[in-house]
Design a protein around this ligand. Sequence first.
Ligand code: S3P
Length: 443
Amino acid sequence: MILEVKPSCRLNGRVGVPGDKSISHRAALLGAIGQGVTRIDGFLESEDCLATLHCLSLLGTPIKRLAPGSYEIQGLGWDGFQEPTDVLNCGNSGTTMRLLIGVLASQPIFSVLTGDASLRDRPMGRVIEPLRKMEARIFGRGGDTRAPLAVLGSGNLKGKTHRLPVASAQVKSALLLAGLRAKGVTVVTEPGRSRNHTELMLQQMGVPVRVDGLTAAVEGGTLPKGGEITVPGDISSAAYLMVAAAVLPDSDITVENVGINSTRAGIIEVLQSMGADLEIEPLLGGGEPRANIRVRTSPLRGIEIGGSIVPTLIDELPVIAVAAAFAQGTTIVKDAAELRVKECDRIAAVAQELGRLGVDIEERADGWVIRGGKNFSGGRARGWGDHRIVMALAVFGLGVKSPVEIADAEAVSISFPEFVTTLRKLGAEVEEKGSDLQDTQAV
Ligand code: S3P
């Protein structure tokens, strides 16, 4: 699919964004391993999260869809998981695969996990290695580092103390989930603070999790109890709209009901430091903190982004690079080498595609140097089959002088299926066109 984005001058209105992807995955997984029924509202019905539901149902979880985004999950409890009769296909979803490995390592069943070409190329050793210290039996391609993976689960895992080399919520969560059924205490210390949705949801579901700075610990023996989980809107999806409204002249938008957990909200701090005009109206209610976010156009300036803020905005960096292209002055993004092992090598993808569209961007090992502030003309770009690259390029296209065509763009359905309709609702001109074949070749 090709996305054609026409220059648009003002975005206006109030919109919601779909449910948070990370929280949706966790709600389904914790509901399935828990006891009793979990009711989820605001679940993100995108390809990634549907892959999690699909895998869970192959493992025997009764899942009922009550209405769009509303589900009832019957927890399987200690020994309810069935050995799947087929391979568990995690699609494009790293969160599905990594968190499921942690769950399956401690279930006395055999399972095989795979995914699409991108996921099969992503590093899984970072989860497998520490799980093996807990006596998990997991095997895979490339010396047990790549999917397809075989998990020979066991009810006899041992709690261990882990020090992660990189801040990763997926790795931390996999270890904590395995720790729920392990003997003793599982302790995970990260070098930086990654998103903490697993710790918060476990606590909400009655599992004691000790959190001290960069360390989280669980003791085996308590399963989550079912209850009600309301998923807030995804700040990672809101980020595209926020950047678009900040850079397009005369814009004034409000994105409603966005999750603003501090381990995810780095985009707010960065846009404010760049000079964006943001108004955060906190919302009352249970679960994770939420707010309506109003964004009005204002001139942006380049800044330096690095260090401990990076894990709190890691998925937003491609669209932050777009904001930097429209800002006056130089933006330096560093300490973000993790971007190279996401759904694609996002450092290379952003540098090549924005560079192709005329942005002065220099690729570094762990980020970019972007000299912004020019007027850009449009052109053709490629989405690299990566939802965040496609949407970042679309935001770029809204702000330039002639249309931008993005080939390889169907990936938006991975996390934000309503992206195009939401942009249109705000006044943008975006069109989905034809097949990719000839255009991918032309790019
Ligand atoms: C996620 C964690 C992050 C993020 C990913 C979702 C999660 O990855 O990039 O999109 O839901 O835990 P890492 O854990 O690899 O940092």
